[in-house]
Write a protein of this length. Sequence first.
Length: 404
Amino acid sequence: MNKGKMINSRLFTKNPRFSYLPDGDKYFLASDEPKYKFNVIGTGTMGQEHIRVTMLEGRATINGIYDPNEGSVVGAQQQFAQFSDDELTVHQSLEAACMDPEVDGLIIATPNYTHIDLVKKAIESGKHILLEKPIATTLEDAYTIYEIGEEYPAVFQIGLQYRYKPTYRETINQVMGKSQVVGDIKTVSIAEHRVPFLDKVNQWNKFSEFSGDTLVEKCCHYFDLLNLFADSRPVDVYASGSQAVNFTEFEYDGKKSDILDNAMVIINYENGVRANFNLCMFAPMFYEELVICGDDGYLKAWEKVDFLPQSSSGTGIDILRADESPSLRITPNYPAPIERSGHHGATFMEHVDFVNNIDGIETPTATALEGLWSIAVASAAQESIKTGQVVKVNDHLADHKIEI
Ligand SMILES: NC(=O)c1ccc[n+]([C@@H]2O[C@H](COP(=O)([O-])OP(=O)(O)OC[C@H]3O[C@@H](n4cnc5c(N)ncnc54)[C@H](O)[C@@H]3O)[C@@H](O)[C@H]2O)c1
């Protein structure tokens, strides 16, 4: 049904309160039949979030899943049942999930170290692919995935969806859009202070071998944002960090955890922009802060979940301008059901643009090249922490026989 430009909030069409209406009487509340079907490979925390947002977004549906862990299969079925009475196909092999003739797209949400082999299998299908971040655990594998993504004839989208968090999306609008509220960007700082890594199936995120270590696994999101705001090539990286508090006594299958839980990273970009990133993963809340200084203004964006009864959780952007322009204080948010669907609505918005990409509409989703650059900075920072030296990004890439 073509309703023209009328606002058609998916939140109304999905509301069960209106299920009493005969279908023939639904116009504003009518939802279109999903155009596309996806399979989700890996249905732990993030795979289930992808199921939830696909169904909430509504232009696609989930046809099937593949996950060797029974608990993750049950979790996915329960998630899906909240949106649909249809049966979810539970594939018994990766091959079957990838080659399923029913589906248009594959969403890969498995542990980081599996991405390289899964992508190699998934591309045999020619289907559209949404691959979770980080694209890989090593620079070599990240480069291979970049090459695959560049050549792939269908959509090959990377799950660096923090770009779509309301704070960062509005910051991108403000500093890179028409109004350029800070003028020429000179410095960019991001801090993430949060609780330790959550438990995972087989605890893959406690080991650098499986996750790529913390700056690759988690902080590739922030390096992606720093790269985006700097809009230039990173030249050198200096970092300091350690495993100071978290999982220092943790062992699994006889192996000791070996991941960073705090770090400070400084990056110089080719165009003179300076950036830094500050991580602490033993803080009793989730807090992210971004500060951008330009030659014409200052912007601070933040997002906080503090778990307190008199909570000051929320989001905000302060923009302080030089004399001639008004300063602004903004509270960026998506509608509550969208924010509740995960990552403050960022994953939902990533799905809106996954479907738009499939429809051939140009979007700002992360490319395989941007996925690779986020890992290049993370990997250089981890090298700097190991050696105590400034790492020249070009030399670091060359050491791994990579030229970008
Ligand atoms: N974009 C984001 O903000 C975000 C947030 C969280 C996680 N992630 C990413 O999503 C991915 C999954 O993380 P998670 O937190 O859901 O982990 P998880 O451990 O909760 O889930 C991973 C699932 O993959 C399954 N799995 C393992 N090997 C598999 C294989 N070969 N084939 C199919 N399934 C397999 C596991 O059984 C498990 O159910 C990781 O790459 C992670 O970095 C992204």
